[in-house]
Design a protein around this ligand. Structure first.
Ligand code: HPA
Length: 244
């Protein structure tokens, strides 16, 4: 079992990975966001790829999601966990959520490996966008690490890079969304196209637009990220122990 971690905002390295080799890969779809760190963690073979590149240079709408997922597939990933810093529509700031559903509001992104070169277009089943086995393992990992976790949620994937208006958040809430972030899609669907189990760990770093007094500031987001990302790391470490 090889499990890959795609690190979102605030997660640019994973120092606890041992016996490291760094793999620079070029895929049919171009370059992934960074070289992939491969190694072992708590007895499991793992890989790490920072979604936004070293030093967070690549904004959400410019990430080469196809190259990232294809590179991890090429390196033999059986499962991918994507982390995300998100706005909370339901759960409060600081919450860790393992969403079970997603709604895609992004546009203009390369959303599929199905580029017309194959005889049949690929209509993947996406009723359950995340792997329930991997979600359950993440929930078990959080629980055994003593980290409170919200075990369901509906992730709204917005285009960004701007944050939302208050009315947009009201609309997302009416749609049933509980979290809002910019990177959940097309990553999840691309993993499904390649038949790789995929799940997401979301860390709520701010109340969504219009859900708190005043504007959302990067200072607030960075403070919450710094405080919360240690728990996201701990969940992945425990996941590796469970799978190992
Ligand atoms: N909206 C969208 N993406 C985000 C947010 C938000 O409020 N916070 C962190 N990523």
């Amino acid at each position: 079992m090889k499990v890959a971690l795609i690190g979102g905002s605030g997660l640019y390295d994973f120092e606890k990975i041992e016996r490291i080799s760094v793999r620079r890969i070029t895929t049919t779809w171009g370059e992934p966001s960074a070289p992939v760190t491969c190694g072992t963690l708590n007895g499991t073979e793992v890989m790490f790829l920072p979604r936004h590149g070293p030093g967070h240079r690549i904004p959400p709408h410019l990430v080469n999601y196809r190259a990232n997922v294809a590179a991890l597939a090429e390196l033999g990933a059986d499962a991918i966990v994507g982390t995300a810093a998100v706005g909370g529509i339901g759960p409060g700031t600081g919450s860790i959520v393992i969403p079970d559903q997603i709604i895609d509001y992004t546009y203009g992104r390369e959303q599929t490996f199905s580029d017309g070169s194959q005889p049949q277009p690929q209509h993947i089943d996406f009723t359950e966008p995340y792997s329930n086995t991997l979600r359950e393992n993440l929930i078990a990992a959080a629980t055994s690490a003593g980290i409170p976790v919200t075990s369901t949620g509906v992730y709204a994937a917005t285009q960004g890079p701007r944050l939302e208006t208050a009315a947009e958040i009201d609309k997302l809430e009416r749609d049933g969304c509980t979290l809002v972030g910019m990177t959940g899609m097309p990553e999840a669907a691309l993993a499904r196209e390649l038949e790789i189990d995929y799940a997401n760990i979301s860390l709520v770093v701010n109340a969504a637009a219009g859900r708190s007094d005043g504007p959302i500031t990067m200072l607030e987001i960075e403070r919450e990220l710094a405080a919360g990302i240690v728990r996201v790391r701990a969940v992945f470490e425990q996941l590796a122990a469970i799978l190992g």
